[in-house]
Design a protein around this ligand. Structure first.
Ligand code: ADP
Length: 515
């Protein structure tokens, strides 16, 4: 090959290389800027033009620090000088985050890497600038939403976790989950469930284990409330919800759950329940107070009878003709009457006793019968007849017997009060139990009294609403809260034949399958 041909080929190659280099520069996503030892720009690629808003020709020969705002602008000069004077590699090859400045003065987050072009003297440099605004913004958004989530979890006192079952990924515990479990952030390195299990209150553990087994083996969602004992010995109530995520082939790959500390809510509920029980107790006592006259009469009757039989005994013993059979009969009567008085007192004591609320399976018809025993005294005393219509069959309800008796007794007493102006022959109450259209037990107390104004009917249930001179206005409001606590409703309507009908419902407990 002739020397001319070789030179031509070399020139062709150099030209091709330059074209390829230009193509690479044009295709680059990052801005590329070439500058000399004094920091004067020699080249700015297309991406650089777009990123900074300059044409290459405008910036050639200008200082590269034009692309940076203060304080980076001055620092850049220092870095370059240091590098050249002391061969210090501070900027060379190191990507650092800083702010860059567009032609219009606006600034953006950028990542900068500068390299020295090998074999150049005086040295020349190439800078790569990447616009990281989007990444920065999404990092910032992520950081913000994580911070917000943490705050929300703190406010709600709720923590969450993720357990990975198909990979070696570590379980995720949200920062607040540690607090819910009484630990300091980050001081646990075992599985969520392994940590939780011994913490669960022994009385709740079997239920917890069953729920966990159903989650693990069948993927059935967990939704339970239970108590946990914190490392410091304190007792907390938590609401635990967990669900599984499956892969396309149905395998369970993840469990995701939340633990919500509901202790405060539970305590407030307990306080409210205790308060309600106290009010109900007060209501029973005041009912007894109102019934006192009738009750005194009820107890007085057997006492009078006892006194009479006792006097008869004395007479028999004093007489010479009395047989021991006569005396025994009189003593039998004394016993019966004493038992009768005792029974009235026993029932009363049970009714007014301050006691724990106990829910048990009761038959609706039995409830009516039991309350009749208590109401009978008052009814008799006021000359009121009562007709009882039992449900055609027995309906089991889950209820506190004394509280439901209290409701019925309140309604019966109100009916008595509403009929006092009627002649005795018209004073009649209908007490009825039946199943309503929704499958609940419906109890009704209907009278022929003054009746209620339908417009004012809602106010009847407000505490302290009374139209009676000696009334407390608490009976109906206590009764409604008792019925609601049992899952039922209490309302009133006009009796078509005059008077008022009060109804309340109690949910029927479904009979066990196969019974
Ligand atoms: P109190 O009996 O102490 O007044 P309640 O809450 O039991 O308190 O009743 C509130 C009011 O509702 C009564 O004062 C009365 O005006 C009205 N009321 C309740 N039951 C009846 C009824 N069967 N007939 C007419 N009015 C009634």
């Amino acid at each position: 090959m002739t020397p001319t041909r070789a030179a031509e080929q070399q020139e062709e190659r150099a030209h091709r290389l330059e074209q390829e280099f230009q193509a690479v520069l044009d295709a680059a996503v990052d801005a590329v800027v070439l500058f000399d030892h004094e920091g004067r720009i020699e080249l700015l690629n297309r991406a650089g033009e777009r990123m900074f808003g300059y044409h290459e020709q405008e910036v050639i020969g200008l200082r590269v620090n034009l692309l940076l705002p203060e304080p980076y602008r001055s620092q850049q000069d220092d870095y370059l000088r240091h590098h050249i004077e002391a061969g210090e590699p501070r900027i060379i090859g190191i990507g650092r985050e800083l702010l860059a400045k567009r032609r219009d003065g606006s600034e953006f987050s950028a990542e900068l890497a500068v390299g020295r072009v090998q074999g150049t003297d005086p040295p020349r440099f190439v800078g790569f600038i990447r616009d990281v605004t989007v990444r920065r913004n999404s990092e910032e958004a992520l950081r913000r939403s994580e911070a917000q989530l943490t705050i929300a979890q703190e406010i709600a006192n709720l923590g969450n976790y993720v357990v990975h079952l198909d990979s070696n990924c570590e379980d995720y515990w949200s920062p607040h989950l540690y607090r819910v479990l009484g630990r300091r952030y980050g001081d646990l390195y075992i599985g969520v469930y392994d940590y939780l299990e011994p913490m669960v209150h022994p009385a709740d553990r079997v239920r917890w284990q069953q729920a966990r087994r159903a989650l693990d083996t069948q993927g059935r969602s967990m939704d339970i409330e239970y108590r946990v004992i914190h490392p410091d010995g304190s007792l907390r109530h938590v609401h635990h919800i967990a669900q599984v995520s499956r892969a396309l082939d149905g395998r369970i790959v993840r469990q995701v759950g939340t633990l919500h500390d509901i202790t405060d809510r539970r305590r407030a509920e307990d306080d409210a329940r205790q308060m309600q029980d106290r009010i109900a107790h007060f209501g029973r006592i005041s009912t007894m107070g109102e019934m006192a006259a009738g009750l005194a009469h009820e107890v007085n009757q057997p006492l009078t009878a006892i006194a009479t039989y006792a006097q008869a005994c004395q007479r028999l013993i004093a007489s010479e003709h009395a047989s021991s059979d006569d005396i025994a009969t009189a003593l039998d009567h004394i016993c019966t009457q004493a038992l009768r008085a005792g029974e009235v007192i026993r029932r009363l004591r049970q009714f007014v006793k301050n006691r724990e609320v106990r829910r048990e399976l009761l038959d609706a018809n039995r409830l009516l019968d039991d309350v009749l025993v208590l109401a009978q005294t008052d009814l008799r005393h006021h000359g009121v007849r009562i007709v009882v219509e039992h449900a055609p069959r027995s309906f089991p309800v889950q209820a506190d017997a004394v509280q439901i008796q209290q409701v019925i007794l309140n309604l019966v007493r109100n009916s008595i009060d509403a009929m006092l102006d009627l002649p005795e022959t018209h004073r009649e109450i209908l007490l009825r139990a039946r199943m309503d259209g929704e499958g609940d037990v419906e109890l009704m107390v209907a009278d022929r009294g003054t009746g209620v104004d339908v417009a004012a009917a809602a106010a009847l249930f407000d505490p302290f609403f009374t139209t009676k001179s000696g009334g407390t206005g608490l009976g109906l409001s206590i009764s409604r809260s008792i019925v609601r606590a049992h899952g039922g409703k209490l309302w009133c309507s006009a009796n078509p034949g005059g008077g008022a009908c009060f109804f309340f419902t109690l949910p029927v407990v479904p009979a066990p399958a196969g019974s």
